[in-house]
Write a new protein. Structure first.
Length: 115
């Protein structure tokens, strides 16, 4: 998401250089990269303020928000009835909207820990 006019890599019309909010749906094969090197690269973009990571396996999102001092604050939101606040674009979004019509795999019940 971009706030203001789109700015592109010179000579392209598909690579935006001024994002405010970036959203990733995580996968097993790319999660480490998305959280690591990719997020490190994104943080070098001056306009970048927020990073939303969406779990594909349960109603769970993580919001990394850039603070005034330059540090990043993580907010973890779980549960289909919860809402995530995206400060950079002044929006609150329900996880029920993010996961509309998503069927999650059946989770086996947790076993008690042996004492």
């Amino acid at each position: 998401m971009v706030c203001g006019p789109l700015e592109f890599v010179p000579g392209t019309d598909d690579t935006v250089v001024n994002p405010t909010l970036l959203v990733e749906v995580l996968s097993d094969s790319t999660e480490g990269y998305d959280r690591g090197k990719k997020f490190e690269h994104y943080r070098s973009i001056p306009s970048f303020r927020e990073y939303l990571l969406i779990s594909p396996s349960s109603p769970s999102v993580e919001v990394f928000s850039k603070q005034a001092d330059g540090n990043w604050l993580l907010t973890h939101v779980t549960g289909i009835d919860s809402k995530a606040r995206l400060q950079s674009v002044n929006v609150e979004i329900a996880l029920a909207e993010i996961y509309y019509e998503v069927q999650f795999p059946e989770q086996p019940p947790l076993k008690p820990l042996a004492s």
